[in-house]
Write a protein that binds this ligand. Structure first.
Ligand SMILES: [Zn+2]
Length: 184
């Protein structure tokens, strides 16, 4: 990430908005934004895939579900946050289980990119499918988008819900129904 370029771009942006870039309150804003973007937009698919390489063995044939995992991401259309919670379930194959914190880490890493909610949803599922190779994965994501809410849209029912399923969750209606019932 080219932080010097970000600093210059933010200075230009502030000037374009009509701000005095030497005003004490915003003098360091370009630097702050450069640091912030480096921190918030550093996630890569490779890094998320690596996290999943460490599995452990445990005999478990059923569904493993994590509910209410918080996430924070940045909308690529407006550079404003969207955030909420997600519910992820998978059915292990050959007893390969992920530590619970690994799933949370995968969500964190993939959220740290310029995203749209739909793509984030499929990326999380595909990363787990590809690297863990479970029998199936299901994901439901509920998010609030500040680019909608701050402009007055979506205030009464602010949650945008997306879902994506693979493997058994796609092929087997009973599995999908069990997942949907558990997250209610
Ligand atoms: Zn947006």
């Amino acid at each position: 990430m080219d932080k010097e370029k970000i600093k210059k771009a933010v200075t230009d942006l502030l000037e374009a908005i009509g701000e005095d870039v030497n005003r004490p309150g915003i003098k360091r804003t370009p630097e702050r934004i450069a640091d912030l973007y480096e921190e918030l937009l550093s996630g890569t698919m490779e890094e998320a895939g690596r996290i999943i390489q460490e599995t452990h063995e445990l005999e478990h044939d059923g569904m493993i579900l994590l509910k209410d995992i918080p996430f924070y991401s940045m909308c690529e259309h407006h550079l404003l946050p969207f955030f909420g919670k997600c519910h992820i379930a998978y059915i292990p194959d050959e007893n390969k289980i992920l530590g619970l914190s690994k799933i949370t880490q995968v969500v964190d890493i993939l959220s740290k990119q310029l995203q749209v909610q739909e793509r984030l949803t499929t990326q999380i599922v595909n990363t787990i499918m590809k690297n863990l190779k479970p029998k199936g994965v299901g994901l439901v994501m509920e998010a609030r988008h500040l680019c909608l809410e701050m402009r007055g849209a979506n205030r009464s029912d602010p949650y945008t819900v997306t879902s994506y399923v693979e493997g058994l969750f796609r092929k087997d209606l009973k599995t999908r129904e069990e997942f949907m019932k558990l997250i209610k």
